[in-house]
Each structure stands twice: as C-alpha cells, then as structure tokens.
Design a protein around this ligand. Structure first.
Ligand code: COA
Length: 156
C-alpha cells in the first residue's frame, strides 16, 4: 500500500539510498539537495510502499509567494521522486492520488495543488495527468532547464 508521511530523522538513512537515473537529476535535483531544503514553508515528505521508503517530495506552502500562476489557496509540489528501481510500477501515480487526500486532511487551508513539469519530462507529465492533474495550457518559462508545463489539481 502506498502512503505519504512527513520525513522523520530516522527516515534519512533510507532516503539517502534513493537513486535517480542520471538524466532525471536535472528535473528533480539530488537527494542531498532535497534533504537540506526543509524550512517553515518547505515540508519534506516520504512515499512509502508498506514499510519501505521508495520516494520523496516537498510541499511548498509559499509557492504562491514565488509564482504568479499559483493562487493563494494552493500549495506547490517540488522534487517529486520515485527511486529508479521502483519506477514504472504505478507507484508514482498512486502517490499523487494519495497526495490529494493527504493535503486535504493535513493542510486544510489549501484546496489546490500546483506544480511545474519540464516539457521534456514525459514520464512525470504522464504520471501527473493520470493521477488527476490538469494541464493549465500555460507554460512557466523561468527555469534554466527549459519550458515547463503548469499543472493544477483540486484536493479531495
Ligand atoms: C515521475 C515519476 C515520479 C513517476 O513515477 P513512476 O512510479 O515511475 O510512475 P508510474 O509507474 O505511476 O507511471 C505513470 C505513467 O508515467 C509514464 N511513464 C512511466 N515511466 C515512463 C518512462 N520511463 N518513459 C515514459 N513514460 C513513462 C507512463 O505513461 C505511466 O503510465 P502507464 O504505466 O499507464 O503507461 C518517476 O519517473 C521519477 O521519479 N522521475 C524522476 C524525477 C522526476 O522527474 N520528477 C518529477 C519532477 S517534476
């Protein structure tokens, strides 16, 4: 069963074992970057399959302050990752589905989730779409890695 929890200190050694394919690092950053980015508004989370940590992501509560395309009632997701050994099994899609209800119950002040995904990142775009995100048909052009789709999904 796929579940989402906040990152605890005891999770860190498990997160440090997560690997991405080389060409995926430009889309999601490194594990070390993930682990050092926590703040009052950036909340680190892990994705579990049973007791095993198979991925991670950040919830950015200040996304609306940074990006004009993000409404005030929306939270951002960044660095959404499934370990390379576990990719392609439907876990990413399931984790995003779980995320909509997780945000609704753990962050009731936010009713929508917003993200950007690089236009070359076909796997992530397909995963988000399949799990219920909609392409807004607007592009974010401020990333050094190239144009990004802007996607939104309603929490439920
Ligand atoms: C994006 C990511 C989280 C998806 O996780 P996943 O568990 O592999 O996704 P799923 O198995 O649920 O696959 C969902 C859909 O993505 C597509 N997909 C998955 N792997 C793919 C690949 N290697 N190439 C192309 N499409 C792929 C498929 O359409 C798949 O649906 P289908 O199986 O019904 O055909 C994972 O690939 C990943 O960690 N990528 C690197 C980090 C990244 O780019 N994150 C996004 C930052 S915005």
């Amino acid at each position: 069963m796929i579940a989402i929890t906040k990152l605890f200190d005891t999770d860190i050694p498990h997160v440090q074992k997560i690997r991405l394919n080389k060409e995926q690092v430009e889309f999601a950053g490194t594990v070390e970057e993930f682990l050092t980015d926590a703040s009052d508004t950036t909340h680190l989370h892990v994705i579990k399959n049973g007791d095993d940590i198979i991925g991670y992501f950040k919830l950015d509560l200040a996304y609306a302050n940074k990006y004009d395309f993000c409404p005030n009632h929306a939270v951002g997701i960044r660095a959404f990752v499934i370990d390379k050994q576990h990719q392609g099994n439907g876990y990413g899609t399931r984790a995003v589905e779980v995320l909509f209800s997780y945000v609704a119950s753990a962050y009731p002040d936010y009713s929508e989730i917003v993200l950007t995904v690089n236009c070359r990142n076909t796997a992530a775009y397909a995963c988000y779409k399949k799990a219920g995100f909609e392409d807004t048909n607007e592009k974010y052009l401020g990333s050094p890695a190239g144009p990004n789709y802007i996607m939104k999904g309603r929490c439920h």
